[in-house]
Ligand binder design. Sequence first.
Ligand code: CO8
Length: 139
Amino acid sequence: MELLQDRIKDNNNMCFGCSQANPIGLKLKFTLDGEICRTEFEAKEEHQGWNGYMHGGLIAALLDETMAWWLWFNDISIMTAEMTTRYSYGVPINTRLVVESWCEEVKRGRLYLMAGRIILPDGKVAVRANAKFMKTELK
Ligand SMILES: CCCCCCCC(=O)SCCNC(=O)CCNC(=O)[C@H](O)C(C)(C)COP(=O)(O)OP(=O)(O)OC[C@H]1O[C@@H](n2cnc3c(N)ncnc32)[C@H](O)[C@@H]1OP(=O)(O)O
């Protein structure tokens, strides 16, 4: 049986977050470690908002993608329905970031309440996100 995560990894995938073929994408690669989905990322100059710091919209994209991948690892096909992001500290460029996600609750068998965070090298959590993902059939 073909798993969703394998389908997403194929060559036609041009996802801005996880495609390895999209020339302007983030090219993220994920692992599932127990109940935590994880990726690492280092923002460069082209990812800036304010000089020296990563753009907030791209930070949200990092978290959205990491929460979505938790679900894909679990073979659940979803779309993001809603997301909130709490930016506690600026995310510096040229710095190794760890991004994590996990599932907090499933409502009515279809609405997945997910959480995510971005951790700086000193252990501070710079950004937290919560999102609702809706189970749906991807074509
Ligand atoms: C290959 C790499 C891909 C990477 C993707 C990364 C993830 C993404 O960013 S996806 C892109 C951004 N998201 C989108 O474009 C999603 C656009 N929205 C949609 O497609 C649809 O609105 C979708 C699928 C979320 C829900 O549609 P649909 O299945 O028709 O649900 P709908 O009938 O509106 O609602 C079903 C139930 O859920 C509830 N519901 C809908 N949205 C929400 C929400 N945000 N919060 C709580 N409940 C909700 C409704 O009230 C309804 O409840 P009830 O059954 O009690 O009446």
